[in-house]
Design a protein around this ligand. Structure first.
Ligand SMILES: C[S@@+](CC[C@H](N)C(=O)[O-])C[C@H]1O[C@@H](n2cnc3c(N)ncnc32)[C@H](O)[C@@H]1O
Length: 397
């Protein structure tokens, strides 16, 4: 397996780690389950958890949706075996366990109504590839739940333990060295948007020790992280000693408390707009000669036809405000790709917001200095350039 999840770095052995993962599901479940209450999955619905670890989360979902079909995809062979043992009895014996990585999933495309990926992306170097694989397995209208950590703001205690920041900084460095992304939490909405999801929502799920109790909270925390960091040279042994001592002082202090967050991002594989657009861009490429910027088909006609197609509306006038007519940032991506393919020019997304009607956009594109980079330049464009353009725009106002 690739990435930064190494079970015996988190707990002393596999059975302890599976128990910790189980406790971690229980720690957040009351708050986390709220995110499922508005969803109905009856008979015929198919639910998949990838990187399902102990399998405990799936048992919670079976209790919530007793009529749905369930699949568990787990890369670790020992975990998959442990799940099969766990799922021997009804009602959990309906959970089908597949021992495989997400990247090599043998499960069919366009098949699932709900896919959950919880505390896995933080360990992987290829988040986009993984989310693209999950998207393929979803039906149109299917939901993806990505749930993960962001270790910049992981565990806050009262009384404060300053050494905890040192520990988590070191932990993040180790994760990155192992190929993981400990800050993935904040990136989840952008990741979903990049991979073509719609109806994206983002939220924080919090567990506070005063409400959960110390035992329930502590039993879901990893006991092995600190020692591994010392062994691997990421922190000094005396820092770890001080930290352990302060932790026990916190636990014995009156009025103590601590909390931890998970981040949840939900998205929908919407109508095939994205795929339809991708396909139509390809079809256009082969059906039509490459557009010359001042060639046969003028920019206004091209853009009008394209926006009509993307918005799926015939009644769009060239002076309509595209965003009031239902345009979205995802659609801008299609238009941007279209212009790049057809004209070999690239414009930052902010450009499209600056010219919100088809006429204005067309005039801006036809202007001698339209602020475009060539497609080749765009591929080496510095990430800050869009930001700079936005800043310049605001300065001008
Ligand atoms: C931290 S555990 C989380 C387990 C579970 N999702 C939970 O919330 O309790 C990460 C799990 O992802 C699995 N995993 C890691 N990389 C994977 C991959 N590429 N494909 C499928 N599973 C993977 C690990 O074996 C492990 O069971």
């Amino acid at each position: 397996m690739t990435g930064s999840y190494v079970s015996n770095e988190f707990s002393v052995d596999i059975s302890n780690e599976l128990e910790r993962l189980t406790n971690q599901v229980d720690l957040f479940w009351d708050k986390e389950s709220v995110h499922y209450t508005d969803l109905q999955f009856g008979s015929g619905s198919k639910i998949l958890e990838c990187g399902s670890g102990s399998g405990h989360y799936l048992t919670k979902l079976v209790d919530l949706y007793p009529k749905a079909e369930f699949y568990s995809l787990e890369a670790d062979a020992a975990y998959a075996e442990a799940q099969k043992v766990r799922f021997q009895e009804a009602p959990y014996n309906k959970i089908n366990v597949v021992n495989c990585t997400i990247e090599d999933s043998p499960l069919p495309e366009n098949n699932f109504d709900l896919i959950i990926l919880r505390l896995v992306l933080e360990h992987l170097p290829n988040a986009d590839q993984v989310v693209a694989s999950l998207r393929k397995m979803l039906k149109v209208g299917g939901r993806l739940f990505l749930i993960d950590n962001d270790f910049h703001n992981h565990l806050l205690t009262y009384p404060n333990i300053p050494e905890l920041s040192t520990l988590y900084d070191a932990y993040c460095r180790q994760r990155v060295d192992q190929g993981g992304n400990p800050y993935i939490g904040r990136e989840l909405p952008m990741l979903m948007e990049r991979e073509g999801f719609g109806a994206i929502d983002f939220d924080t799920i919090t567990a506070h020790s005063t409400l959960t109790g110390d035992t329930k909270f502590i039993s879901s925390e990893s006991s092995g992280i600190g020692l591994t960091l010392v062994q691997d040279g990421y922190i000094e042994a005396d820092t770890y000693e001080r930290l352990s001592k302060k932790w026990s002082e916190v636990l014995f202090a009156d009025n103590h408390g601590y909390y931890r967050n998970l981040y949840i991002c939900k998205g929908t594989k919407e109508t095939e707009v994205f795929e339809k657009q991708a396909k139509s861009v390809k079809a256009n490429q082969s059906a039509r000669p490459k557009m010359q910027i001042s060639g046969d088909e003028d920019t206004l006609t091209l853009l009008t036809n394209k926006w009509k197609e993307v918005l799926d509306r015939d009644d769009i006038d060239v002076d309509h405000n595209i965003f009031e007519a239902g345009g979205s940032s995802l659609m801008i991506l299609h238009i941007r790709t279209f212009i790049k393919e057809e004209m070999g020019r690239d414009y930052p997304s902010s450009f499209f917001f600056q010219y919100p009607t088809i006429r204005k956009l067309s005039e801006a594109i036809d202007a001698p200095d339209s602020g475009a980079s060539t497609a080749a330049e765009a591929s080496t464009e510095k990430p800050s350039s869009n930001l700079q353009q936005l800043k310049d725009r605001f300065k001008k106002k």
